[in-house]
Design a protein around this ligand. Structure first.
Ligand SMILES: *[C@@H]1O[C@H](CO)[C@@H](O)[C@H](O)[C@H]1NC(C)=O
Ligand SMILES: *[C@@H]1O[C@H](CO)[C@@H](O)[C@H](O)[C@H]1NC(C)=O
Ligand SMILES: *[C@@H]1O[C@H](CO)[C@@H](O)[C@H](O)[C@H]1NC(C)=O
Ligand SMILES: *[C@@H]1O[C@H](CO)[C@@H](O)[C@H](O)[C@H]1NC(C)=O
Length: 355
């Protein structure tokens, strides 16, 4: 019955000569160019009448709150779906599963706090996923389960504090991972272990103060690592030495560096590694010790080891003096002994002369 009514509507609209039988009020439907725009149309839910030929659907700047199960069932030709600046808090399981040709999905500026296992179902050809400015806090191995073809993932400005091992395990093609302005505090081995194609890893503006030594080792294609504006006061040399790439640019400014001789040596060694480029080295500033606060590391770094050098000099001098003194003493003792021997020898001789 439903289908019959639907057909009737289609036939009636066709006979009335309407070119926009598939067009929702508020939308601009240009079926020729396969582009439908319903941006700023005050929609509170997904429109039901979208031309099945549409390849690009723009639903940005509306008030949509929910993506129900198996939405877009008549729009499997969609390649680009724009949903940014809505009020979406729930994406039901398999919400996008009909969109087998979708290559770009923009969900930024919404209220999404949780990605269910079925969130990415059917999106094997998706290349770009924009999820910036949502409310995600935790990523786990189910968050992006089916995104085999994804190349760019933007998670900027969420509240992510936990990334479990294997969260990105489907993404062997991923080239860019944007995690800036989140709440990460430490980087644990295994977080990025599958991302062999990753070129850009942006972790700026988090609260990272600790990194496991092997964390970047699997990232053999990484050309840019951004760790600016975190809480690093020092780093392990091995963490960066283990980066096995052809060439990688590393950004580290805006961290509260603890400027001491160890840090100076560490940066000296890092800068001598040919494949690593510390682009903002000249902008690194000290937070501690208090006497060096707000100084640039490059301004003080030649002095950081001076105290140590002086100590070493003093120790060397002390040792040298002691050795010298010992030698002199030894010499004097030897001379005394020889004198003693001389006397006894003379005594022996005089004894002999008595015979
Ligand atoms: C977004 O949805 C919440 C309820 O989930 C509602 O209180 C709020 O007014 C909505 N905001 C906008 C801009 O539509
Ligand atoms: C990530 O999302 C933010 C916010 O929408 C945007 O400004 C930024 O350009 C995006 N970055 C990339 C690489 O797509
Ligand atoms: C990092 O910060 C956490 C919480 O503030 C603290 O417990 C931990 O000791 C810090 N680690 C380092 C290496 O400073
Ligand atoms: C260093 O800081 C200055 C001023 O904040 C900025 O203009 C410049 O781009 C920074 N250099 C690098 C390499 O980040």
């Amino acid at each position: 019955m439903k289908e019959f009514l639907f057909l009737l509507v289609v036939v009636m609209e066709a006979s009335s000569g309407s070119h926009n039988s598939w067009c929702e009020p508020g939308c601009d439907c240009q079926t020729d160019v396969r582009y439908t725009s319903c941006s700023r149309a005050l929609l509170t839910k997904l429109p039901s009448r979208i031309s099945p030929n549409t390849k690009l659907l723009d639903l940005s700047f509306n008030h949509i709150t929910l993506i129900p199960k198996r939405s877009f069932s008549k729009n499997h030709k969609l390649q680009v779906l724009l949903l940014q600046h809505n009020n979406i808090s729930v994406v039901e399981d398999s919400g996008f599963s009909h969109l087998e040709f979708l290559s770009k999905l923009d969900l930024s500026w919404n209220q999404i706090s949780f990605l269910s296992e079925g969130f990415s179902a059917g999106l094997a050809l998706l290349r770009e996923l924009q999820l910036a400015h949502n409310r995600l806090t935790t990523l786990d191995s189910k968050s992006f389960l089916y995104l085999d073809g994804l190349q760019r993932l933007n998670l900027t400005s969420n509240a992510i504090h936990t990334i479990q091992v294997r969260s990105f395990s489907s993404m062997t093609s991923l080239r860019q991972l944007h995690l800036e302005d989140n709440h990460l505090t430490s980087l644990k081995n295994g977080m990025f272990s599958i991302l062999r194609s990753l070129e850009v890893l942006n972790l700026a503006g988090n609260r990272i103060n600790e990194t496991d030594i092997g964390i970047f080792k699997p990232l053999s294609s990484m050309t840019l690592l951004n760790l600016a504006n975190n809480q690093l006061s020092t780093i392990y040399f091995k963490t960066f030495l283990s980066i096995q790439t052809y060439s990688t640019h590393i950004l580290l400014e805006g961290n509260p560096w603890h400027c001491d001789c160890d840090l100076q040596r560490l940066f000296q060694k890092l800068r001598s590694i040919q494949r690593l480029f510390l682009d903002d080295y000249y902008n690194l500033t000290c937070q501690a010790p208090p006497a060096l606060r707000d100084y640039r590391l490059m301004e003080v770094d030649t002095e950081l080891c001076i105290a140590e050098t002086v100590t070493v000099l003093i120790i060397t001098a002390t040792v040298a003096i002691t050795v010298l003194a010992a030698m002199l003493m030894g010499e004097r003792m030897r001379k005394k002994e020889q004198k003693g021997k001389h006397w006894t020898q003379q005594a022996d001789l005089s004894d002999e002369s008595d015979y």
